[in-house]
Write a protein that binds this ligand. Structure first.
Ligand code: PHE
Length: 339
């Protein structure tokens, strides 16, 4: 009887192994037949009922069966694995003749190009970068710059207030005060950053970028201001560019000037870009007002300084011939691609 059972099991097992399609099915069959509580084990448990003189013979049959099943599963496994590998290789083939996917390369925004170029030019003259916050106190943006409450100069800049005493800075000049509070002269810093004013047309944007410069040391004069800015303008615009100072007014500088460069379009003869004057205004500047130095604890009888502030968009527009400031903020790739 047990012999028949063994024969049945053999037929059945070899049949299902033959039918298996996946190697994971074989793993299950291995457990079912050869595992700890599998069919072979239960056959061996039945050995107790076999008469003792038949046991060696039956034992050999069971062993043969185990070996047969092991071999069947083993060779089927090899066969399936080879097929599966072949299939995977077929599925994962790469057509190396297909054209590649082109990655679009980004570029620097024209405002950043100008910013970097200016930082490089000024760094060569020994300036280092000092950055202040965009959300600023009235104290730094106005009061310490000699612009008290109700001063008419506040109307020069339409301010976005956050609440009383806190605002979006209207000028990087706020950084002058922060820098002088922190550092003792000699000071030679450049302070680039975003500024905000409630203003919007072809040459004004509610957010734009300025770059402030501040030099404080013994014996600084207006000649130093002119020399430094002339050197930078020659580097950024053209080696033969001329500069001139025109009197102006800012509460935090005295005297105050506006600096013009000779028109790059007409070379000074007069055209529509320079409105017939031959000159283009590029920045405001002046000698740091004694009051401002005193506010920051710097003795104006020992030290003097100059400061300047320029608009990066304005420089970019002049340099690249951009007619409307809003092109710079539209994020139109057709525009940005040109730089
Ligand atoms: N802060 C001034 C402005 O925004 C520019 C300026 C800076 C003028 C430093 C003089 C000195 O118009």
């Amino acid at each position: 009887m047990i012999k028949e059972k063994i024969a049945d099991l053999r037929r059945q097992a070899l049949e299902v192994v033959k039918e298996a399609r996946l190697s994971k099915d074989l793993a299950e069959l291995r457990i079912k037949y050869l595992g700890k509580s599998g069919e072979i084990t239960s056959l061996l448990k039945g050995m107790r009922e076999v008469p003792s003189d038949e046991r060696p013979m039956v034992g050999k049959l069971v062993n043969d069966l185990r070996e047969a099943i092991e071999n069947a599963i083993g060779s089927k496994e090899n066969q399936l694995k080879a097929g599966e590998t072949e299939e995977r290789l077929k599925k994962e083939t790469i057509d190396v003749t297909l054209p590649g996917i082109k990655l679009k390369q980004g570029g620097l925004h024209p405002v950043n190009l100008v910013r970097n170029e200016l930082i490089e030019a000024f760094s060569g003259l020994g300036f280092k970068v000092f950055e202040g916050p965009e959300i600023e106190l009235d104290y730094y943006n106005f009061k310490q710059l000699n612009i008290p409450d109700d001063h008419p100069a506040r109307d020069m800049q339409d301010t976005f207030y956050i609440n009383e005493g806190i605002l979006l800075r209207t000028q990087t000049s706020a950084g002058q005060i922060r820098c002088m509070e922190k550092e003792k002269p000699p000071i030679k810093v450049l302070s680039p950053g975003r500024v905000y004013r409630s203003d919007y047309d072809a040459t004004h944007s509610p957010m734009f970028h300025q770059m402030e410069g501040l030099v404080v040391d013994k014996g600084i004069t207006l000649c130093d201001l002119k020399g430094v800015l002339e050197a930078v303008c020659k580097k950024v615009f053209a080696p033969d560019v001329k500069t001139r100072l025109r009197p102006s007014y800012f509460p935090f500088t005295e005297p105050s000037v506006e600096i013009d460069v000779s028109c790059s379009e007409c070379g000074g003869k007069g055209c529509s870009l320079c409105k017939g004057t031959g000159w283009i205004e590029i920045l405001g500047a002046g000698m740091v007002n004694r009051v401002v130095l005193e506010n920051c604890g710097v003795d104006p009888d020992v030290y003097s300084g100059f400061a300047f502030g320029l608009g990066l968009e304005r420089i970019a527009m002049l340099k690249y011939g951009i007619p409307d400031i809003r092109y710079l903020f539209d994020n139109d790739i057709r525009f940005l691609k040109q730089f």
